[in-house]
Design a protein. Structure first.
Length: 252
C-alpha cells in the first residue's frame, strides 16, 4: 500500500494533465446528471496519486461542489434520517479505512473499478430495493456507506440502492442524500487527518483540483437541458464506464 504523500507537482506533464482532466470531467458529469464525481475521478486518478492521494483530492474538491445547494437542501432534508445515516457512517468508516491500509494498491483499484461498473449496471437497469426501510435500517445503510466509503471511496451505492426506497418525497430524499454525502466528506477528511494522511501538500492538491471541478460543475449545469435528459444520462454512463475500465490494473 502506498504511504507517501501525494505529489501533484511530481507528476509527468501527461499524468498532471490526466488528473486535472479527471477533476474537470467528473465536474461536468456531476453538473448535468447530479452524480458521478467519485465514479469518474477515482478510477482515473488512483494510478497516479495512489488510494489515499486520490481520496484526499476527491474529498477536498468535492466539498465545494454542493455549496450553492446547501441552504435549500437544509430546508427539505429529513433531519432524523440524516442523523441516522451520518451516525452509522461515522461508526464504520474507520474500519473501512483501516482495511484500506492493509491491502495492496491494486486491490483498491480493482474495488473502485468493479464497484463503479456494478453501480453503473444498477443505474442503467433501474434496480432498487423495494422492501420496507425502517429507521434502524437507515442506520445500517449509513454503516454500509461508511464501510464502502472507507474501503473504496464510494459511499453512494448503498444509499442509492436502499435509502431511495424510503416512502418520502423525491426532494426530501435528494436533499438527505446530498447533505449526507457532504457530511461524509468532512468525516472522511477528519479521519484521514487523524491518520496523518492529510498534509499541506495533500490539502493543496485538493484545492487545486477544486478549480477545474467547479468549472466543470458550472459548465455541466449550463449544458443541461431537461428535454435532453436521456442523452445526458447516456453520456454520463459512457464516461463512467470508460473511467472504470481504464482504472483496472490490467492496463498497467
Amino acid at each position: 500500500m502506498q504511504t507517501s504523500t501525494p505529489d501533484l507537482f511530481g507528476q509527468s506533464p501527461t499524468g498532471l494533465s490526466i488528473i486535472l482532466c479527471a477533476a474537470f470531467l467528473s465536474g461536468i458529469v456531476r453538473g448535468f446528471s447530479g452524480f458521478g464525481t467519485a465514479l469518474i475521478f477515482l478510477p482515473i486518478a488512483t494510478p497516479f496519486l495512489g488510494p489515499f492521494g486520490a481520496l484526499i483530492g476527491l474529498t477536498i474538491m468535492d466539498i465545494f461542489g454542493p455549496l450553492p445547494n446547501l441552504r435549500r437542501a437544509w430546508r427539505e432534508v429529513d433531519r432524523g434520517d440524516l442523523i441516522r445515516l451520518v451516525a452509522g457512517c461515522a461508526l464504520i468508516l474507520p474500519l473501512g479505512l483501516w482495511i484500506l491500509t492493509q491491502v495492496d494498491v491494486n486491490v483498491f483499484r480493482y474495488a473502485v473499478s468493479l464497484l463503479s461498473i456494478a453501480m453503473l449496471a444498477v443505474l442503467i437497469l433501474g434496480l432498487r430495493y423495494h422492501g420496507y426501510v425502517s429507521r434502524t435500517m437507515v442506520v445500517g445503510i449509513g454503516c454500509a456507506a461508511g464501510f464502502l466509503g472507507g474501503v473504496a471511496g464510494l459511499p453512494g451505492p448503498a444509499v442509492i440502492l436502499f435509502y431511495m426506497s424510503r416512502p418520502l418525497q423525491v426532494t426530501v430524499i435528494r436533499a438527505t442524500i446530498l447533505l449526507f454525502l457532504f457530511a461524509f466528506d468532512f468525516l472522511l477528511l477528519g479521519y484521514l487527518t487523524g491518520m496523518g494522511r492529510v498534509t499541506g501538500m495533500a490539502a493543496l492538491l485538493g484545492l487545486l483540483l477544486a478549480v477545474p471541478n467547479l468549472i466543470g460543475n458550472w459548465l455541466g449545469g449550463k449544458l443541461f437541458r431537461p428535454e435532453h435528459e436521456r442523452l445526458y444520462r447516456a453520456a454520463a454512463y459512457l464516461v463512467i464506464a470508460v473511467a472504470a475500465l481504464s482504472g483496472l490494473p490490467l492496463w498497467g
